[in-house]
Design a protein around this ligand. Structure first.
Ligand SMILES: C[S@@+](CC[C@H](N)C(=O)[O-])C[C@H]1O[C@@H](n2cnc3c(N)ncnc32)[C@H](O)[C@@H]1O
Length: 258
């Protein structure tokens, strides 16, 4: 089976994906607990396998101890380099692309992979991956900065995209407008007037500015107030426990590109 896709830059960092991993544990945990086979694919793990190692550890501790993570990389050199980190059966590495090397996982995390593809390729990639999921399976596809302080991701199932989540480390966040640079590929070129994602980011920024009076109580209080005010006009799905982590989740149809 020829891997689908192309080799791209392998930039990665320890702990870079902790925000999305913690969100996955909480939001996708039930689906993974219910899965007949707790198989998870980390698609495009990069120059070192560290974020796959961390994903396995977080899922094993927070969801189920028998989780099996397979790191798939399209670059054979990176697959060979990752082998010393393998710990079968819980963590293995193999060559593969969007076809998932024939696997039928319950969950796929694909982070900072589509960034280097064209926007026009995203829908087909989403379909290729979601068609291969196990029944009830989920895909989490997104982007973050090098240290994982700003990120965003789309949750998809077999029916297509379901939600968009924006996430920021609140202690270093200057303004939610910074999230614009870290939107998923499907949205990053759509942050222009007339597009719903542009409206959302403007509304978020405006709510953040209006909540400036809460800054002395700390960025978390300011964020809680920001989201409270945003909720007047936007359907916010963020779980109460995730709000304090600087997250905002909205239904995909509210920000889908026109
Ligand atoms: C920027 S790195 C991301 C590493 C890690 N996921 C992270 O977020 O830190 C992107 C990796 O995805 C790989 N990649 C690109 N297209 C792929 C595909 N279709 N299937 C598997 N891996 C792919 C590249 O070879 C590269 O190593």
């Amino acid at each position: 089976m020829k891997p689908l896709g192309v080799v791209t830059r392998g930039t990665t960092n320890p702990n870079r994906l902790r925000r999305v991993d913690n969100w996955i544990v909480e939001t996708c945990g039930d689906a993974l607990r219910a899965a007949a086979d707790p198989l998870v694919v980390d698609l495009g793990y990069g120059a070192t396998p560290i974020t796959a190692v961390e994903l396995r550890a977080r899922l094993a501790a927070g969801v189920r101890a028998d989780v099996r993570v397979v790191g798939l990389e399209i670059d054979p050199v990176r697959v060979a380099a990752a082998q010393p980190a393998a710990d079968p059966p819980g963590l293995t590495f193999a060559r593969g692309g969007f076809e998932l090397a024939g696997l039928r996982p319950a969950l796929v995390r694909a982070f900072n992979v589509l960034r280097q593809y064209d926007e026009g390729e995203v829908a087909a990639v989403w379909r290729t991956v979601t068609e291969r999921l196990a029944p009830g399976g989920l895909l989490v596809e997104g982007t973050c900065d090098e240290l994982g302080r700003l990120g965003s991701w789309v949750l998809l199932d077999a029916a297509g995209p379901q939600t968009l989540t924006l996430a920021a480390k609140l202690t270093t966040l200057e303004s939610p407008a910074q999230l614009a640079e870290r939107l998923p590929k499907a949205l990053i070129h759509r942050n222009v007037p007339g597009e719903p994602i542009h409206d959302l980011l403007r509304a978020l920024e405006s709510a953040w500015q209006s909540a400036a009076g809460y800054a002395p109580f700390g960025p978390r209080q300011r964020w809680l107030e920001t989201v409270k005010s945003l909720k007047q006009d936007w359907p916010v799905l963020t779980r109460p426990r995730r709000l304090r982590h600087g997250e905002l989740t909205v239904p995909w149809p509210t920000i889908a590109p026109t």
